[in-house]
Every structure is written in C-alpha cells, then in structure tokens.
Ligand binder design. Sequence first.
Ligand SMILES: Cc1ncc(COP(=O)(O)O)c(C=O)c1O
Length: 472
Amino acid sequence: MRSPDESKSGNTSQVPRITEPVQDPKHVYPPPPPFLKDVHYGLGYYPPTEEVRKVTLEKTLTYLKLQQSNFLGYQVNQKMDYEHDIAPYLNMHVNNVGDSFVDGGLTTNSKLMERAVLDYYASLWNAKWPHDKRDGETYWGFSLTMGSTEANMYAMWNARDYLDGKVLLWEETPDRHIIPSTAADLLRPRLVLRQAPLPMCNPNAYTPVAFYSEDTHYSFAKAMRLIAIKTFYELGMERYPKDCPLPEWRAKGRWPEEVPSEGGGGGEGMIDITALKALVEFFAAKGYPILVSFNYGSTFKGAYDNVQEAGKQLMPIMKRYHLDERLVEYSPGLFDKRTGFWIHVDGALGAAYMPFIEMAHERDPKLIPETGPVFDFLLPFVHSISMSGHKWVGSPMPCGIFMSKTKYQLSPPSRPEYVGSPDTTFAGSRNGLSPIILWHQLSQLSNEDQMKKAKANEAMAQYAYHKLRGLE
Ligand SMILES: Cc1ncc(COP(=O)(O)O)c(C=O)c1O
C-alpha cells in the first residue's frame, strides 16, 4: 500500500489505494448544527487521535440526547431503557439470516426470541398460531431489518408473485396437486423460476393492479416501481384513458393517481370506500387480479381505514368476477386454488397500538369511547400486515414485523444452501438485535400495562391537540 510520504514524493510505482478529496467536504456537505460546528468527523489514512475521537463521540452523544428530549414531529418512541440489558449484546454479531422458523447454520442468531415476538403479535392480531408449516392457515412472518418500508415491500412482492402465478411454497393442501420434482429440481438450481402460463381465456389474469389511498406512505410508490407492479392509475391511463369510473375524473379525461380519501386532502384521511369499490370493479370486470393496501394509522393524519367495511363491500365484487377463488394451473391437471386478490394492511403506526385501545375500550367504554375498526386476521380476506417496532414499542434502530399466512408463502427464487435455512425473507442477513429489543420490551409489559400506556398516549395526544389549537 502506498504511504503518504511516497504519495508526496510522487513515487507512483505502487497502485494508489486511496484518493485525496478534490475539495474540502466541509464546503460541499450541509453545514453541521452550531453545537457540532467544530467537531472533527473526518476519517482517512490515519485515524483521528484518541483525544479527538473521544470528543467527537461525547459531543455527538450530547447533541443526540438534546434532540431526543426536544424534537417533535416524527412518530418514533424515544422513551427507552436498554442500556443495562442490551449492552452485552453489542459485542457480538447476531444475525437471523434465512427463515425465522428454521435455525440454519449461523448460530449467533436470536430466532428463539424472534418466534416469541411473532407469536405475541400473531395472538394480538387474531392469527392462528404457532406457525406450523403443515397448516396453511397458521401465520408466517419475520422480524424486519428496516422499518415497515421493508414489510410493505415484501408484502407487495409476495402479493405480486401470488397474483401473477408463481409457485407456492406450501404444497400440502388437499386442493393442490403436488407438482412432481423435475430433473432441474433434483439438481437444486440456484435460480428457481416456475410460473403458470397465461390462460388463453384471460390475457389480464396475471397482471395484478394495485390500489391504495392518497394518504398512503411514500414507501408504496417506491415499492410499485421497485417491484414493477402497475397501479390502477398507470394501467388506467395506459389502456383506458377515457374510461375512469369516477365521474369527476372521467370528465377531466384522466384517472386519479391514488384512490381518493374521504373529504379529499382536507379530510380525515380514510380511504373513500365508494371510490375504491368503483375502481376495483372496473379492473376486476376485465379479469385483473386485485391488490389493495389499507392504512391502519396513516402517516400524517393518523387515519384508520375501515378495513372491515371496505372488505365487506369488495368481497361481492371478487365473487362476481371469480376472484374470490381461482385455479392457477401450471400445466394440464397441475394446479392450486388461491384468491385472485390480496389485501395488505400497513399497520406501521397502528397495528401494535390499537389492539390495546380496543381492549381498554371493551373494559371501559366511558373512559375510551372510541376504538379503531377491525383490521387483522379476524377478517378472512386480510393477507398480510406490517408494523414498525420503533414507533409505538420503541427501539434504538428501525425494526418491525411482517406477518402473513403459511398458505400465501411463495417458493423463494433462490436456494442458498450454505445458509441452511430457506431464503424466504426480504434481506439476506437480518438484524438479530431487533427481535431481542422487541422481546425485551414485550417481556416487561402485561396487557394491562399496555392498555395503561395506550390510554396515557391518547390523553397526551388530546393535551397536545388542545395546546396546539390554543396556539393557533
Ligand atoms: C403509515 C406508514 N407506513 C409505513 C411507514 C414506513 O415505515 P418505516 O419508516 O419504519 O420504514 C411509515 C413511516 O412513518 C408510515 O407512517
């Protein structure tokens, strides 16, 4: 490796391994907050002195503590106390690579805690549990490395592949003929791609079309692009530009970009079920499979879509156009039965919280007069739910849960044998600290405690609301 002295002397006989900056980063990057103005962050060929490092770490910590106590405006829980119990876990690499229910070869994992946390939410969300790969009705899920963005992306990917005719992982259904192993299977290929051919009678049968409201988090627009799913807007503008079923939009010769929310931008943020129904029916009638994502706690307005009512109104449409159950046929006589729709619930904000408000409401309706609509696996049409752990629960890093049902799992596209655990999740390496953090929190709280916390939260929100109204 070239030393700085060699570099200065122009000795270029060795390959350079580092470059010099073309200008001082301080003049290019956003200026630091005044408190950190003189703090040294630069790294390079030689590390900063121990003294400089110490000052940098101390000042950064002081700054973040100040922000932690004063900052408002993001829905993250900053109240936590992990220092004592979690610190020892920081000196090891904990990685839950692979399926949450198969240990695999990387033994510094926290999958025992991950399963306990998943079971906890399965129970809270009225899923059939524990996960049992022989029972398609039981839940399946995993703990995230990112926040709910990861769960939403995974849900959209799972939904797309489910609706566009990829092969399911779960093969033990009485309705399904098990596809015999092919020679390629026996060779265990790295890339596994099995796709049902498009039925002659319906060219749209495997083109899922997505619907979500204008109050939906930006992660969905990103997921649509990344996972190449067409929204009703894109398909509508591309193939049926003049035919939008919503009269006010048809008059403009356009489609709305997202499903309107009740009362528009100035409303409370719940999806307009009448508009959703009209849009869904338009595409269902043309044979497209339907993908709907609901918000359970929207980013800016905290709106809870009425998942139960929307489902009640959408299911007759699914039935009418044979999307309630359809055969996906891989080759003559080899098929499975699955729904021609997927309903996802983005519960990043509300899915870990509202169940306790519901419990408190049932206990004392006078004290907690309102609760959110039913959104979970009690509703048979719900396929998947996402939740962020750093929001209501509280965690030093983004984390959360994706949950679906065993029968909806897709055969993963690759088989990395060295992991020793199926590649059924989104990431490869998965943050093993997150389940420890979530377990740590949940293992200290009874449902009574959670109800108390949720009620205090409601009271705090009321207080803040009135104070802000006062300032207005
Ligand atoms: C409703 C909703 N969904 C999804 C997300 C994405 O979650 P994360 O930032 O944890 O990835 C957020 C984030 O605020 C959100 O408010």
